[in-house]
Ligand binder design. Structure first.
Ligand SMILES: Cc1ncc(COP(=O)(O)O)c(C=O)c1O
Length: 386
């Protein structure tokens, strides 16, 4: 793969290394967006098919991306919290049971569990990373595996940590959860689209993805996979589109007790979303064309040299086999003046995120090695004198 910057509208002076915050929109999505907005002025052009077909295509594209042959296992969600609320609604936690999470997870992937745990007198068990940097990712993963016991009802975790890209060994976690009869629910928001994920390999019970980061779609539309555990569950809302035969607009008040198959019951009301659906669909189709493995390999290729130099500066970056290439943290040390660094980044128009004492770098296909070299230059300029 080569740099895809020409497919995006980023201003030439901007170095955008922050896809973990929000993806820039591809030019082709902008064009589609204008068309779909114009169409809103002519509602008579929408047919019944428009309520169903684009959504079906979106489910198929996402099913291909995560390697499942069953698009009916995909639901349309407006946010990660919505997708996780459907999980929380069907957990049936008992007193003393545990929901296992990694330390400092994204809040949407904590609050949902705190409420159901409180209600059931169950517990949210947090597994912290080790304090030492040596073998941090390895030791953290081992601690997570050790913490899974017969008490564990569910492990709710990302494929990577949203703050620094630490990789969680989902395959090993799945094996251990299976042994103890626990669910595995994954927040794929910071990985799916840039880091290969296969349902056929991990068999998650649920995988929830916000659409506006690595899926390169618009804000407020996401996708969620629900496995067999959820097939007969109760959705958090009841909407007519999720019921069987809702395509037959003439029979809508012959109220239908049955849902459409598998995960369809978990889709949000007004899921047909005529504006956002075509945008997320086009974005995921482009990801499928590029190939997620190629995207990950490209991110690795453009970051390798800069990361080696950052390590030479005694900056901590997780070991390569325990972090992703598309999202990684650079922990600042006391040789770096953080104010100088922030000024240098601002002057050079480089965008990254700061999370605690770490800088979060989120490159993607519109970046190249020169972008990372500019970032490195800012770090060098920020070394304290004397
Ligand atoms: C890991 C992770 N999950 C979820 C979200 C977004 O959650 P929600 O859709 O509930 O706003 C983010 C946003 O930064 C995130 O980083």
């Amino acid at each position: 793969m080569h740099c895809q910057r020409e497919k995006f509208n980023l201003d030439p002076e901007i170095t955008y290394l922050n896809c973990s915050y929000m993806s820039p929109q591809m030019k082709q999505l902008e064009a589609i967006g204008i068309d779909v907005m114009k169409r809103q002025g002519k509602p008579y052009t929408y047919s019944i098919n428009d309520f169903f077909e684009p959504v079906a295509q979106l489910k198929k594209a996402f099913a291909d991306l995560i390697e499942t042959e069953t698009p009916d296992r995909i639901a349309i969600v407006p946010s990660v919290s919505y997708g996780l609320a459907n999980v929380a609604n069907n957990l049936h936690l008992k007193e003393g049971e545990e929901i296992l999470v990694a330390d400092e997870q994204f809040p949407s992937n904590i609050y949902a569990w705190q409420r159901v745990a409180d209600e059931a007198k169950a517990k949210v068990k947090i597994v912290p990373p080790p304090t030492a940097q040596k073998d941090r990712g390895k030791i953290w993963n081992e601690a997570i595996l050790t913490a899974i016991t017969d008490q564990t009802k569910m492990v709710a975790i990302g494929h990577v940590h949203w703050k620094d890209g630490t990789l969680f060994d989902l395959k090993a976690i799945r094996e251990k959860t299976n042994k103890h009869g626990a669910l595995l629910v994954i927040d794929g928001t910071q990985s799916v689209g840039a880091l290969p994920f296969s349902v056929k390999e991990i068999y998650p019970d649920a995988l929830i993805c916000g659409g506006y980061k690595w899926l390169m779609g618009p804000y407020s539309l996401g996708v969620a996979y629900y496995g067999p555990y959820f097939d007969n569950g109760i959705p958090i809302e009841e909407n007519w589109l999720n019921r069987l035969n809702s395509e037959d607009f003439t029979g809508l008040v012959d109220y239908q007790p049955l849902y459409r198959p598998l995960a369809n019951r978990y889709s949000v009301g007004e899921q047909s979303n005529f504006i956002l659906t075509p945008l997320l669909l086009a974005a995921i189709q482009q990801l499928n064309t590029w190939g997620v493995d190629q995207i990950q390999a490209y991110c690795q290729q453009i970051t390798t040299a800069a990361i080696a130099e950052m390590r030479d500066m005694d900056l901590f970056i997780e070991a390569d086999n325990h972090r992703s290439a598309h999202l990684f943290g650079v922990t600042l040390n006391d040789k770096i003046n953080p104010d100088l660094l922030k000024n240098a980044l601002e002057t050079a128009k480089i965008l990254v995120s700061f999370r605690g004492n770490a800088m979060r770098i989120g490159p993607n296909v519109y970046n190249d090695e020169a972008d990372l070299a500019k970032l490195l230059d800012c770090l060098k300029k920020s070394i304290k004198k004397g």
